[in-house]
Design a protein around this ligand. Structure first.
Ligand code: LAN
Length: 719
């Protein structure tokens, strides 16, 4: 080991009181300002809350009913609404995002804004597992090579010494896991892009796929948009074998990451070397067979004009994506890969590259535990639309002290609707976006089926059900949203996430990512399907004459789909949050909207019995993210406020007659509420791709308020 103990041994976080969160048309960005500026611009409660600093105390009357508890909850949560009307929030969890950022900055030589480096180090120090010093796929996951090798690299690139105790421990764990050669393919890619792993140790990612005719089922335009958009720039960088010049630091890393000297590694034997701790979805024999062929083909192709043409085609897709999203891109993974591709293709001085560098800030989130990279550029629309629905259902929205918050919410949702189609729609294989709502903000601008529906629902409630709001979103714009939803139904009757299902299911057999399941194509989800059923239902109620037959038929088919994916035990598998509890809530909302309740529907009864069987002695519910991995219900050690709220909402939607059980759940939620109305963070809430959890810190407020409100509506003051 060549590192020596240096001044980096101790680490100094920044001055937390100097961080400010700015919002601008749905963008949320953290800035580290000077002491002087800081004095002139005192920190708000929103900033203090997210930074874990003390916020001004508030004295609320102790709640004795569910409605009072909901009211207090919203009194608190309202303090976190910003002037544009949305709720910002942390959206961390995945541990494979910062490496893309830091490696790209290192390779391209871009300087990070002040405060980032110190706080990223801080974050990784805080997130290193207490037992072995490593990192996993996500914050709650066990240590893996992917998490440990890449975040170790991050610390080293940011200047932490190899002999710093955090690095020493992490490296020990990495070596115990077999060293960085056992990294999954996305890790192999980033290490190769940094020059600390050999491209020959990676299965080919041929950009030539973009030269295939579109009718072939294997054409990448048919993949799930996240997967497609990751493999576009990856194929471009791989296709060029873009490797930066070695530096003293990367030379050193080559020695630190492996259990044997770098020059003695037989790279071609590492392609399929995936550490067991990392492997969630092993390669199929078909994929290994195809990869074997590609390795041979690669030797020939990479030197021909075909490669040049393929690189051009892949880079064209990089451009379409950048232009279609205002250089924000669909997510943090392709954001950084596109930036690196732009660096190689257009150079550091190009406008495009500068735009990329400028916009990374949208993904960065400053917290009390340091700085992380969010899973998207925020969850602005999603959180705000859900919160509004809960507050309106509870009746709290009519109370005068809440009018302003609701009006501001409408202002934001109005602004957030996407008002154009992607400029490179056809060429970029994108679908319509005009009239849709995105998950985060209008600049990222991807249609999501359920986000569009939740946005639609929120507007219909805000404009249609409240006595004091004026119309901001015209009927024409609501019709555009409905058109989009209607166009997104799959043949199965279900709804997928961003697009319709474009490719055959067998494409999953060539899923090369090893760490994620179900990523190759779109799938239909009970969650997304439910949002669409309800969005259309609310719309039909207010506008019964618009495309009414299609709406009726669409709802019918979607409900049929939802029933068709109910499991033997009465539950539904959840893909976007944990897990059976979450999806069962959605399914029961759908069924109740078409008049299926406990009293008249066998599937609903079964679902209620399932939920009731999972209630714990303390009255709460608590499911672990492991349910998502294992596809069986796994208990969390403790009851969780968020899951208790989901279960209660589900039981009440179903009109489950067991009021006692529901009341016990309500009592649990109330017992966890703090005197100022807030709830504390508990276990992680969200999931994606069956294996990676992701934080929805606003859920504890949104769903607790909603569940308490629904209880008050259903049972009044009974406690
Ligand atoms: C999300 C977040 C929101 C989520 C819901 C709206 C909740 C869901 O109902 C539909 C799917 C969607 C939009 C979704 C898809 C996948 C995302 C974007 C994420 C889980 C957030 C992060 C994740 C993304 C893929 C992370 C980057 C990792 C890769 C594998 C590319």
């Amino acid at each position: 080991m060549t590192g020596t103990i240096s001044s980096h041994t101790a680490h100094h976080p920044t001055d937390r009181t100097r961080w400010r969160l700015r919002v601008n048309e749905g963008r949320q960005t953290w800035h580290y300002i000077s002491e002087e500026e800081s004095r002139a611009d005192p920190q708000s409660d929103i900033e203090k809350y997210w930074l874990g600093l003390k916020i001004s105390p508030s004295n609320l009357p102790k709640p004795t009913t569910a409605l009072e508890a909901a009211r207090n909850g919203f009194e608190f949560f309202k303090r976190l609404q910003n002037e544009e009307g949305f709720w910002s929030g942390e959206y961390g969890g995945p541990m494979f995002l910062l490496p893309g950022l830091v490696i790209t900055y290192y390779v391209t030589g871009v300087k990070m804004p002040e405060g980032w480096s110190d706080e990223i180090i801080q974050y990784l120090f805080n997130r290193a597992h207490a037992d072995d010093g490593g990192w996993g796929l996500h914050i709650e996951g066990h240590s893996t090579v992917f998490g440990t090798a890449l975040n170790y690299i991050v610390l080293r690139l940011l200047g932490v010494d190899a002999e710093h105790p955090v690095c020493v421990r992490a490296r020990g764990t990495l070596h115990k896991l077999g060293g960085a050669t056992g990294s999954p393919s996305w890790g192999k890619f980033w290490m190769a892009a940094l020059g600390v792993y050999d491209w020959d140790g990676m299965n080919p990612v041929p950009p030539e796929l973009w030269l295939l005719p579109h009718f072939l089922p294997i054409h990448p335009a048919r993949y799930w948009c996240h997967t497609r958009n990751v493999y576009i720039p990856m194929s471009y960088i791989y296709g060029r074998r873009a490797t930066p010049a070695l530096t003293p630091l990367t030379r050193q890393l080559r020695e630190e990451l492996y259990t044997q000297p770098y020059d003695t590694i037989l790279w071609y034997q590492q392609r399929n070397n995936i550490c067991k701790a990392d492997e969630y979805y092993p390669h199929t024999s078909l994929l290994n067979f195809l990869n074997g062929g590609l390795v041979i083909a690669e030797k020939g192709i990479s030197k021909t004009g075909i490669r040049t043409r393929a690189l051009k085609a892949a880079y064209a897709q990089v451009k379409y994506e950048d232009e279609n999203t205002h250089y924000l891109d669909i997510g943090p993974v392709n954001k950084m890969m596109n930036m690196l591709s732009t660096f190689y293709e257009e150079g550091k001085d190009s406008e495009a590259f500068k735009l990329h560098a400028k916009n990374n800030i949208d993904f960065m989130w400053m917290s009390g535990g340091g700085m992380m990279m969010n899973g998207t550029n925020g969850s602005q629309l999603w959180d705000t639309a859900l919160l509004i629905q809960g507050v309106i259902e509870s009746g709290l929205a009519e109370e005068p002290q809440n009018h302003e918050a609701m009006k501001r919410g409408l202002m934001f949702i109005d602004d957030c609707q996407i008002k154009r189609n992607p400029p490179f729609m056809k060429e970029g294989y994108r679908d319509v976006t005009l009239g849709a709502w995105p998950f985060s903000n209008k600049f990222q601008g991807y249609t999501v089926s359920d986000c569009t529906s939740e946005g639609l629902k929120a507007v219909l409630l805000l404009q249609g059900k409240l006595s004091y709001t004026t119309e901001r979103v015209s009927m024409e714009r609501l019709e555009q949203a409905v058109d989009i939803v209607l166009g997104m139904q799959d043949k199965s009757g279900g709804f997928a996430s961003y697009e319709t299902v474009r490719g055959p299911a067998w494409l999953e057999w060539i899923n090369p990512a090893e760490v994620f399941g179900n990523i190759m194509i779109e799938y239909c989800y009970p969650e997304c399907s439910t949002a669409c059923v309800l969005g259309l239902t609310y719309f039909r109620e207010q506008r019964p004459d618009y495309r009414s037959e299609e709406i009726d038929a669409t709802i019918k088919r979607a409900v049929k789909f939802i029933l068709s994916v109910q499991r033997e035990d009465g539950s539904w598998y959840g893909s976007w949050a944990i897990c059976f509890t979450y999806a069962t809530l959605f399914a029961l909302e759908s069924l109740s909207s078409v008049g299926q309740f406990y009293s008249n529907s066998e599937p609903v009864r079964k679902a209620c019995e399932f939920l009731l069987s999972k209630q714990r002695v303390d009255g709460g519910w608590g499911e672990s993210y492991k349910s998502c991995e294992q596809h069986v219900y796994v208990e969390h050690e403790n009851s969780q406020v968020v899951q208790t709220a989901w279960a209660l909402l589900a039981l009440m939607a179903a009109k489950c007659p067991n009021q006692k059980a529901i009341q016990r759940g309500v009592e649990l939620i109330m017992s966890r509420q703090l005197p100022d109305g807030q709830w504390k963070q508990e276990a992680i809430e969200g999931i994606f791709n069956h294996s990676c959890s992701i934080s929805y810190p606003n859920y504890k407020h949104i769903f607790a308020i909603w569940a308490l409100g629904r209880y008050a509506k259903t049972y009044g003051d009974a406690l």
